[in-house]
Write a protein that binds this ligand. Sequence first.
Ligand code: NAP
Length: 253
Amino acid sequence: MALDWFNLDGKIALVTGTGTGIGAGIAKALARAGAHVACHDRGDEARPTSEEIRALGRRSIALSADLSKRAAQDGLVADALKEFGRIDILVNNAGMIRRAPAVDYSDADWDLLLEVNLSAPFRLSRRVGKLMIEQGGGRIVNIASLLAFQGGILVPAYAASKGGVAQFTKALANEWAVKNVNVNAIAPGYIATNNTAALRADETRSRQILDRIPAGRWGVPDDIAGAAVFLCSDAARYVTGHVLAVDGGWLAR
Ligand code: NAP
């Protein structure tokens, strides 16, 4: 039956940045679809999400790693494998944003954003993708942004990092499709999370953004979670190298 195609029973997922926002929504939705989930965050923040998942009857562990540090990126995969022995689904969700005019944009912020938003997802995909190839298949979902397509305002490093995420998604998909490892990205629209707190606090920008969203509302993390479940499921078995906008119609306008 068609609904079985969305079933993730017994799959092992590693999701980054699950303490809050989109990552928490995705981790819990994967678990509701049947997956066991290694929940990551920078410190202790993934613990409540992990506890909610265990309450659903799935296995879960809370892992911490500062993804600006390469040794911690490598350690995260090792920790997930130590607990579960395999990884069927990787969701590279953790990310950060720093706003400043381009002429004032510091090297430190540029380097930090490129490391956390672009290099960490690539390095995690490289490590986990190798395992998935050995295992005979897997799913990788990278969380990009509308700023993979547009330049944004005051966010040059963020736009550069998310453009890079969309491109390496396609590059890995081309190599790994034949190995049954599908690599896709989601480009969320404007979602009410910590990431957009400053924008929502700015009355003018907040109104300008809302006025431009065809759906007439900001998104919420669960709006993204359904798309993630789809891309991780058998229903999306012939979908790879795709950047799926989940944006209330923003890009269509
Ligand atoms: P969020 O609530 O700020 O979540 C971001 C998560 O990433 C947090 O758990 C954060 O942990 C974690 N993180 C950041 N830097 C980290 C680091 N160095 N090491 C480990 N973890 C780190 O924002 P969100 O909106 O849910 O963002 C999730 C993803 O969606 C991001 O990649 C973001 O760029 C993308 N996105 C969001 C929107 C939107 O409108 N909200 C739109 C497009 C794309 P801490 O809490 O410890 O910082």
